[in-house]
Design a protein around this ligand. Structure first.
Ligand SMILES: [Ca+2]
Length: 212
């Protein structure tokens, strides 16, 4: 079964790479790629081990908002706020998270992903939501041809009053790394509340797909 699933995922990945290649051929050159440091060292931890997720993850740049949202682009009232997710997976002294009121949007500091960096995972909680509410999650990347920023929705977080990790979200854009010289694609992640309610997110991690 796992072999079949693996083949299917590989087929999906290659299909996505082919489709996305039409959007972003060649080298990257735009605001996301100019701010992303693809050579930065990224220590690996297992932040989701308490939820039976054995994968190693790297924290996205200021993914825990402990630097006040350094490198993030915040609009519509999104702001770094006091209060950490209660599991303190990033460190026992962590004290901040990201507040996203209805009508706001936040784009993470740029980072780099490649074929071996397929998913992201983070923590959320929400309040004042309705059955129509959700948090839209997109990956942003650039077309070398036009330098325009492209977006692709990669997941949706569902409302919940208590802090909890999201499911892993497969970004697909990482497959474009196969087309670049260093194997990496500069990306950023955008979070947007849909319908009523406000959200908090914390500890945005990227999975480098390496075993524990
Ligand atoms: Ca934090």
């Amino acid at each position: 079964m796992f072999e079949a699933l693996g083949c299917r995922l590989a087929a999906v990945g290659l299909g996505a790479a082919g489709a996305l290649a039409l959007l972003a051929p060649g080298a990257y050159a735009g605001p996301i790629s100019s701010e992303a440091d693809c050579s930065a060292s990224r220590p690996l931890t297992q932040p989701f081990l308490p939820w039976a997720d054995l994968a190693n993850y790297a924290l996205s740049p200021d993914g825990g908002l402990e630097a006040g949202g350094k490198g993030w682009r915040l609009s519509g009232g999104a702001t770094s706020t006091a209060g950490n997710e209660p599991f303190f997976v990033g460190g026992s002294n962590d004290s901040r998270s990201l507040h996203l009121p209805s009508g706001s949007s936040a784009t993470s500091a740029p980072t780099c992903v490649g074929l071996e960096w397929p998913t992201i995972r983070f923590f959320t909680r929400s309040s004042g939501t309705s059955s129509l509410s959700s948090l839209r999650v997109e990956v942003l990347f650039e077309s070398a041809a036009t330098r325009a920023t492209q977006s692709l929705q990669i997941g949706t977080a569902t409302p919940g009053g208590n802090w909890w990790p999201t499911p892993q979200m497969v970004m697909l854009v990482n497959t474009l790394g196969a087309l670049s010289e260093d194997g990496m694609v500069p990306v950023a992640f955008r979070f947007t509340p849909v319908a009523t309610g406000s959200w908090q997110i914390d500890d945005l991690y990227v999975d480098p797909w390496r075993g524990p």
